[in-house]
Design a protein around this ligand. Structure first.
Ligand code: SF4
Ligand code: SF4
Length: 131
């Protein structure tokens, strides 16, 4: 798989760009509606993808070698699905042919996020498999 093909697997849901909380005892991962400071919330895309590692050191670069160990990826994520031998969903841009389909299907976080510094509207939720 070329780099471009690998990158095209990302559906732009922005779920991996949310700040998360891990239960120390159970290891359970909870997503919050607080987005990474570098996320463009209007498009659900990283605003500086090329330089993200320098600007957000905690940002994990997904590779074929590490994706299986990234248990915090949502079940809907194409990288996780492929690692588990599953097919992409109908709404995935590579299947539907439409980048907007991930938003229309209600998979993405479009319109549901708050900036990192917004403590009034901050909340925690657990993302459940939607496919
Ligand atoms: S969770 Fe997966 S598909 Fe969604 S934005 Fe992150 S890498 Fe892309
Ligand atoms: S740096 Fe970019 S890719 Fe990484 S978590 Fe933040 S918004 Fe997402």
């Amino acid at each position: 798989m070329t780099d471009a093909e690998w990158e095209s697997l990302c559906d732009g849901c922005a779920l991996c760009c949310l700040n998360k909380i891990e239960d120390e005892d159970s290891g359970e991962i909870f997503y919050t509606n607080s987005a990474c400071e570098l996320l463009d919330q209007a498009s659900c895309r990283c605003s500086d993808y090329v330089n993200r590692a320098a600007k957000v050191p905690d940002c994990v670069q997904l590779t074929a070698a590490n994706v299986e160990s990234c248990a915090w990826l949502p079940d809907s994520c194409a990288y996780r699905k492929l690692a588990l031998g599953k097919d992409l969903c109908d709404w995935h841009p590579l299947i539907s042919g439409r980048a907007q389909a991930v938003h229309e299907a209600g998979i993405s976080m479009l319109g549901q996020m708050v900036p990192d510094e917004d403590h009034d509207d901050f909340h925690i939720f657990q993302f459940l498999e939607s496919s």
